[in-house]
Design a protein around this ligand. Structure first.
Ligand code: CS2
Ligand code: MG
Length: 405
């Protein structure tokens, strides 16, 4: 079974998604997600100009060899653009293998390790009360784990809380340039403990709580935050500090027992290796789309298992439902799976373009037994929503200094 054709689509049903479709000479097709938020067209060019020509005529079953060919066979390894391109091809080939076998992907990966996939939902509020109100609503829908983000008094916009804006497109208006946000570590510290204090008072101690710092703190500030929040027993604190210098996490770990999670911007096992093997984190959050696909995710999970690190794949709305499906298949099998981030199945347009039968019940997701990944891409619906240039915001300190968004 040979690869006959590879197509790359970009659509914007509320946000941009890059989708790869691999078609075999037997007429079977597989889908992959190659979306890199704000840099979508770079992956499209990488795929069309550099990857697709090398794939035509190759054995569609040789997933590992294709992966190695695109990774090891290229002098320029790693990085988000390269790895998203590899990831999309890899997902599509696994999708094809499942369809040919007549089995859902999770069966090819070893079968189920659990009943369903436990999710954590997002409560993003205008203030502490509003955030906990939203968390209570999620609890009443059955969610057992919730990420809490609250607007910071004194700052116009806070990560995760967009005020009257619907999304980042809306923030950019008709002028698609990166919107600017202001950050103040002190104002954040003035708010954050109150959020978790009230959360425990109103939600009790059975609900798992998560918080995303989105890399705004230095390592010693993260250590201070970890100590402050220890008594509220978070499931994990996400992206406390940037870990370009991974030794930074030695500093945080030395001071606090708060569980730590990182990895949504990582592109390979090499990016997480030091943090995992030194047991500096508890959850690794690499996404299939940004970390090299299903093949790479399995390797990361197995490596993490040796060090008691669990997986908690990134589940933001800028990963397409194809990536979410890949995560679900991995989550249901992986022995050291922790939890899956979940922000809903998207707006009506997204659900028109990407069709699947994933079922939600009591804060857990259940896959259908459709062969392969179990997602279909409606090309004609997608063509109703053309690509729109878009950026993530940038962040500045109150004096104008550029900071981590
Ligand atoms: C976030 C993301 O879901 C998360 O944890 O950190 O929303 C992130 O900001 C976006 O994926 C950026 O593209
Ligand atoms: Mg995050």
């Amino acid at each position: 079974m040979k690869i006959k054709n590879v197509e790359v689509f970009v659509c914007c049903p509320g946000r941009n998604f890059v989708t790869v479709k691999v078609v075999t000479d037997d007429g079977v097709h597989g889908l992959g997600d190659a979306t890199v938020n704000g840099r979508e067209m770079a992956v499209v060019a990488y795929l069309k100009e550099h990857v697709v020509p090398c794939l035509i005529g190759r054995d569609a079953h040789a997933i590992e060899d294709v992966w190695q060919y695109l990774y090891r066979g290229t002098y320029w390894r790693r990085g988000p653009i390269t790895m998203a391109a590899i990831a999309a091809i890899d997902m599509a080939l696994w999708d094809i293998k499942g369809k040919v076998a007549g089995l859902p992907l999770y069966q090819l990966l070893g079968g189920k390790s659990r009943r369903g996939v436990t999710l954590y939902a997002h409560a993003n509020g205008e203030n502490v009360d509003d955030t906990i109100d939203k968390a209570e609503a999620l609890v009443s829908q059955g969610f057992k784990a919730i990420r809490l983000q609250s607007a910071i008094p004194g700052l116009p916009v806070t990560y995760g809380v967009l005020g009257d804006k619907k999304d980042y497109y809306d923030m950019q208006g008709n002028r698609p340039l990166p919107p600017e946000e202001t950050w103040s570590t002190q104002k954040y510290f003035n708010m954050i403990e109150g959020l978790f204090k009230e959360a425990r008072e109103r939600l009790g101690r059975d609900i798992h709580l998560v918080h995303d710092v989105h890399s705004r703190l230095t390592p010693i500030e993260s250590a201070r935050l970890g100590k402050l929040l220890e008594k509220y027993e978070l499931l994990f604190l996400e992206d406390a500090s940037m870990a370009e210098n991974q030794q930074s996490y030695d500093v945080i770990r030395q001071h606090t027992s708060i569980p730590l999670a990182i990895g949504e911007t990582y592109n390979s096992l090499w990016d997480c290796k030091y943090l995992i093997e030194n047991q500096l984190i508890d959850y690794i959050r690499v996404a299939a789309t940004h970390g090299g696909g299903v093949t790479a995710m399995k390797r990361i999970a197995d490596f993490a298992a040796i060090y008691n690190v669990k997986t908690a794949p990134h589940g933001a709305p800028d990963l397409s439902p194809i990536c979410f499906a890949a995560h679900m298949h991995l989550d249901i099998c992986t022995p050291n799976f922790g939890i899956q981030e979940f922000v809903g199945f998207g707006n009506e347009q997204i659900r028109r373009v990407f069709q699947h039968d994933t079922r939600l019940e009591d804060g857990m997701a259940y896959l259908s037994d459709a062969p392969g990944l179990g997602v279909e891409y409606d090309e004609s619906a997608a063509s109703d929503y053309p690509y729109k240039r878009s950026y993530l915001p940038v962040s500045r300190l109150e004096d104008g200094t550029l900071w981590n968004w």
